[in-house]
Write a protein that binds this ligand. Structure first.
Ligand SMILES: Cc1cc2nc3c(=O)[nH]c(=O)nc-3n(C[C@H](O)[C@H](O)[C@H](O)COP(=O)(O)OP(=O)(O)OC[C@H]3O[C@@H](n4cnc5c(N)ncnc54)[C@H](O)[C@@H]3O)c2cc1C
Length: 242
């Protein structure tokens, strides 16, 4: 985290940039985490503040329906009341991430289920060599394997949800769910695309659109690599990252 906030009297002055911020160009207020001499702190920054700019990132191939922005904070002056009073240290942004990642554990499977339904529908109506594509063993193997992975992912999500509601869920457990369910959802989306053949590369069918969007989901809210490293640390006691 390179964005810094320094005190100036009772005010705060924020400087730095934030890349890849969803809805950054639409929001009225940005939640910004910054390094201070007192540790990491959070701030609510009105996007009309002097020195604040949101630059739209163009030519995305994924999540094209949402605006993603670079936020630039050039000596943005904020009153003391803009600081989040209870948020002290890295635990504050990480607790937000845990909530968002938990949502993704379920959300990714919604995309996978839509892909599977599209593939089953298509395979049932597309005739190859005078028989429905769905009647061929290789197609049924693909559909069966994807159904198994989707079901396992749903059970994992449900289990984590029940843990969260009862004894609580640890960040490493959420890492496991996010890693597995996004990875499997992406694999399902790609496999469904193959069942659709050339039609699968058009916008008329959902699997490739979901696959492209899931590429972002694989990266945001902790990349797959970061979740692997978290799980590795939990298993071994050694952090393989700084
Ligand atoms: C569409 C979209 C929307 C987003 N929205 C937001 C948002 O609203 N707010 C927000 O804060 N962020 C947002 N992000 C940013 C996202 O969280 C980051 O892109 C992500 O954390 C990865 O950072 P990076 O792109 O800088 O990749 P890098 O940090 O440059 O990493 C590049 C690659 O190196 C790997 N890597 C890094 N360190 C190690 C290591 N120690 N060992 C092995 N591999 C490593 C990474 O896993 C990755 O595969 C968004 C991203 C996208 C694509």
């Amino acid at each position: 985290m390179r964005t810094r906030a320094r005190r100036d009297g009772s005010d705060w002055i924020l400087s730095g940039t934030k890349m890849w911020i969803t809805n950054g160009g639409l929001a009225d207020v940005a939640t910004v985490w910054a390094q201070t001499d007192e540790g990491i702190r959070g701030f609510l920054v009105p996007t009309t503040a002097q020195g604040f700019t949101a630059n739209t990132i163009h030519n995305k191939l994924s999540l094209r329906a949402s605006i993603t922005s670079e936020l630039v904070l050039d000596n943005v002056r904020l009153p003391a009341s803009a600081q989040l009073p209870e948020a002290r240290g890295l635990g504050a942004p990480l607790s937000c991430l845990n909530e968002a990642r938990f949502g993704i554990v379920f959300g990714a499977l919604g995309a996978a289920r839509d892909c599977l339904e599209a593939a089953i529908d298509y395979a049932g109506t597309r005739d190859v060599f005078d028989r429905p594509l769905s009647s061929y063993q290789l197609t049924q193997e693909k559909l069966a394997n994807m159904t198994v992975e989707l079901g396992k992912g749903m059970l994992l999500a449900l289990h984590l949800g029940r843990l969260k509601d009862s004894v609580g869920v640890t960040p490493d457990q959420i890492s496991l769910g996010k890693l597995n369910n996004v990875r499997e959802a992406l694999a399902i989306a790609r496999e469904c695309r193959t069942i659709l053949g050339a039609s699968g590369i058009t916008l008329e069918y959902s699997p490739l659109r979901h696959a492209n969007n899931l590429e972002s989901v694989l990266t945001y809210e902790g990349t797959s690599e970061m979740h692997l490293l978290s799980i590795g640390r939990a298993l071994t006691g050694h952090a393989a990252f700084r």
